[in-house]
Design a binder for this molecule. Structure first.
Ligand code: NAD
Ligand code: UDX
Length: 464
């Protein structure tokens, strides 16, 4: 299609886990729009142009291939692309701040603000700026102030369109979302900008799932959605600790309570703890916001969700240590999975990182296995690499090990030949199922000592 035939020119700044898949979906669904994704990281952009995408996400390559070169483009050229786009999504990272005021809680907005200044510097026409990144409430107001301080007489409308995709299911979530949220100022031009964004998603999503609100509600809803989801996991994880004390089974409890339609059955899988780049960061962001407004009780309430998660991760390591007769030193321990969840290569805030670090402190011999995340694992554990083994094949990882810890719920771990694995392990052999995905009774019958989460331990000798 020639340039003139495109009815909208959309730019996205930030080609990461959100920018890449989101724009690929828009481009695939809307051939009449030109969609360009830019990033400062040249290697990443080159990877987006190849068949070795920079992230692993089921179905993503097919969607990218549908549109790439037709109406989907990847580039490092910021200035030119800012000039020629009417709508600019900003999807850069907004990690937790590690320095200065708000360190450890508030969001680091330096990348976002830099984008606003770059847009202001290069723009030659009015534009709609869309917040795709997750941001503290009222960021839009600050950005509007920065953008409107221009001497070119340009007008910028800010729209908040937070992203709700989950990694591993991003394509499904983008193609068929529960809802898309679009917030804007309720002025004439704000409402017009809002409608332009609604129009994009209306190309494939039913109108009743395109919900609109004011700017602050949209920004806040994103933080609240993630906090509620994480809260459910911390709630069931807290109950898993009690289940282990009273011989209840957390899966049975979750099933029973989840049958109540007011509670619902999703996000009730007890685990070694939640990971990922979003939950902890967004809850802490909410906590900081509450503290800023003097709402200390509200802040403490939400912070406890993160504390419970820390407790759960720590509890998992303590269980390993005490089951292995209070010493893991020099013991070979195979970790099945390093990604923060299945079907992604992402390891950000993965519980596996915490577990590895703790086991290393105890001088264990850790062997990490994962079908997609070994490259990221090696980067995360740069400092320890001489002491850690990386082995994609789980059979080899488990060979001669004293224990296996399942940390990611990859399907492949359900289907392994555990009799063969057991035969090749040191005895007594232990398995710690941090995701409750294995057949515990069968493993016990094979000879393993089995430690699920929130269920009775199945052990062949008296617990020490
Ligand atoms: P990411 O780190 O994968 O990607 C961000 C990209 O922005 C990086 O490639 C980085 O190089 C690029 N970047 C930073 N500054 C830039 C600049 N000035 N110009 C051009 N490129 C720049 O992050 P992500 O996981 O895609 O998250 C992005 C945002 O979306 C965050 O605010 C996050 O909270 C939010 N979010 C993430 C998810 C998720 O599942 N990962 C889901 C919903 C929302
Ligand atoms: C999350 C939100 O789900 C998504 O809407 C938002 O846009 C970004 O943050 P993500 O972090 O990619 O998505 O994955 P998610 O499926 O939410 O899982 C987060 C963590 O919680 C993972 O470590 C997962 O294993 C864990 N989890 C999830 C549990 O431990 N138990 C559950 O029942 C569900």
């Amino acid at each position: 299609m020639s340039e003139e035939k495109f009815t909208k020119r959309i730019l996205c700044i930030g080609a990461g886990y959100v920018g890449g898949p989101t724009m690929a979906m828009i481009a695939a669904k809307c051939p009449k729009y030109k969609v360009t994704v830019v990033d400062i990281n040249e290697d990443k952009i080159n990877a987006w142009k190849s068949d070795e995408l920079p992230i692993y996400e089921p179905g993503l390559l097919e969607v990218v291939k549908q549109a790439r070169g037709r109406n989907l483009f990847f580039s490092t050229e910021l200035e030119k692309n800012i000039k020629e786009s009417e709508i600019i999504f900003v999807s850069v990272n907004t990690p937790t701040k590690t320095f200065g005021e708000g360190a450890g809680k508030s969001a680091d907005l330096q990348y976002w603000e830099k984008c606003a200044r770059d847009i202001r510097g290069s723009a030659e026409s009015d534009k709609i700026i869309v917040e795709k990144s997750t941001l503290p409430v009222k960021t839009a107001i600050a950005m509007e102030r920065i953008l409107s301080e221009n001497d070119k007489g340009l007008h910028f409308d800010i729209v908040s369109n937070p992203e709700f995709l989950a990694e591993g299911t991003a394509i499904r979530d983008l193609e068929n979302p529960d809802r898309v949220l679009i917030g804007s100022k309720e002025t004439e031009s704000g409402l017009k900008a809002r409608e332009s964004i609604v129009e994009i998603f209306a190309n494939w999503i039913p109108r009743d799932r395109l919900i609109t609100s004011n700017l602050m509600s949209a920004e806040l809803s994103k933080l609240v959605a993630n906090s509620f989801l994480a809260q459910r996991i911390s709630s069931i994880n807290s109950i898993s600790a009690l289940c282990e004390k009273v011989d209840a089974d957390v899966s049975e409890v979750a099933f029973a309570i989840g049958k109540d339609s007011r509670i619902g059955n999703r996000f009730l899988n007890a685990s070694v703890g939640f990971g990922g780049s979003c939950f902890k960061k967004d809850i802490l962001n909410l906590v900081y916001l509450c503290e800023t407004f003097g709402l200390y009780e509200v802040a403490a309430y939400w912070e406890s969700v993160v504390k419970m998660n820390d407790y759960q991760q720590n509890r998992f390591v303590q269980t390993i240590n005490s089951a292995l007769f209070n010493t893991v030193t020099n013991k070979r321990i195979a970790l099945f999975g390093f990604a923060f969840k299945a079907n992604t290569s992402d390891t950000r805030e993965s519980p596996a990182f915490y577990v590895t670090k703790k086991l290393m402190e105890e001088k264990a011999h850790v062997v990490i296995s994962d079908p997609k995340a070994l490259k990221n694992a090696k980067m995360d554990l740069k400092g320890f690499n001489d002491l850690i083994e990386y082995e994609e094949d789980p059979y080899k990882a488990a060979h001669k090990s004293h224990a296996i810890a399942v940390l990611t719920e990859w399907d492949l771990y359900r289907e392994l030949d555990y009799e063969k694995i057991y035969k090749e392990m040191e005895k007594p052999a232990f398995i710690f199922d941090g995701r409750n995905i294995l057949d515990h009774q069968k493993l016990f019958e094979i000879g393993f000592n089995v430690y699920p989460i929130g269920k009775p331990h199945l052990i062949h000798f008296k617990e020490v």
